[in-house]
Design a protein. Structure first.
Length: 290
């Protein structure tokens, strides 16, 4: 809450999900949403933008880094168009797989996938990509009567445009996907920079950190330190494997085994399924391969 208005961090995954969130907001407060922050560019952080201006016609400012807006324009819009063209064939293939399914569990799982894909395709066809209306390079500060909000770009991390929302009075830092409660997704990340950015963010927040996705408080800087050490080990172990002449598959096996033994109990239950892709990313960065 910012006195007479509301600030929302990230817009939820789809317009329909954003509209459901808006209904919850309206039940909680009569104050209008005035600001929406897109913490970075990924599909689940901007596609819901369109729901906010139509819900509050008096005006909603959608805020992001300049890099995030550029990514939405250059990568997000083509991705939506691509999925509209390609998803019908994927849905048809799922229907073929459904006919071949041999167990009730398989059929139920595939039917769920079909229903979700059809619903998403329907949303894609009507989606109106709504770009951020207010962008910045380093920082943007919102001054209200009782609260100041600092929206900060602290360096490349999960993407090239991650921003952090900081409440200096309350010492609360909202991190988007640059820091949260489960295994980091590193597909288009900058791993070495990510460590440095988390160092800067940690110095900016001396108390409580929260993720808008999980709404889970992470105290005593333990999660900062866990992630930074995980990235260091991931990069150091992958670099050592690469220096020994390991292929990508060999490095994936070797480094995954090491990371599993050290971190499996410290991250979410899906860590074993996700750690391999992190090793692939680290190997690509170290080997300078796309």
């Amino acid at each position: 809450m910012l006195d007479d208005v509301v600030l929302v961090v990230d817009t939820h995954s789809k317009p329909s999900a954003a509209r459901a969130l808006i209904e919850q907001i309206k039940k909680l407060t009569p104050k209008p949403v005035k600001f929406v922050v897109n913490t970075h560019f990924h599909w689940d952080h901007y596609q819901g933008n369109e729901a906010y201006p139509s819900s509050w016609p008096a005006g909603v400012e959608i805020i992001s880094s300049e890099a995030t807006r550029t990514s939405i324009e250059q990568r997000g819009i083509p991705r939506v168009k691509h999925e509209i063209v390609t998803m019908p064939a994927q849905i048809e293939q799922l229907k073929v797989d459904l006919q071949k399914a041999s167990t009730p569990e398989q059929r139920a799982s595939i039917q769920k996938d079909i229903s979700e894909a059809e619903a998403y395709l329907s949303e894609l066809k009507s989606m109106q990509i709504t770009l951020p209306t207010m962008t910045f390079d380093r920082s943007l500060i919102l001054h209200r009567k009782s609260r100041t909000v600092e929206i900060l770009w602290l360096g490349r991390a999960h993407t090239d445009g991650d921003v952090f929302v900081f409440l200096p009075k309350e010492k609360v830092l909202v991190t988007g996907d640059a820091l949260h409660g489960w295994t980091p997704y590193m597909g288009d990340s900058y791993p070495y920079d990510w460590i440095k950015t988390l160092d800067v963010a940690e110095r900016s927040s001396t108390s409580t950190t929260s993720s808008p996705v999980t709404a889970t408080s992470l105290r005593d800087k333990q999660t900062f330190e866990l992630w930074k050490q995980y990235f260091r080990d991931l990069l150091d172990q992958t670099a050592a494997a690469y220096a020994d002449g390991a292929t990508l598959d060999q490095a994936k096996k070797r480094v995954s085994d090491y990371l599993m033994s050290k971190y499996a109990a410290k991250f979410d239950p899906r860590f074993p399924q996700n750690v391999g892709s992190n090793v692939i990313k680290a190997y690509q960065v170290i080997a300078f391969t796309p």
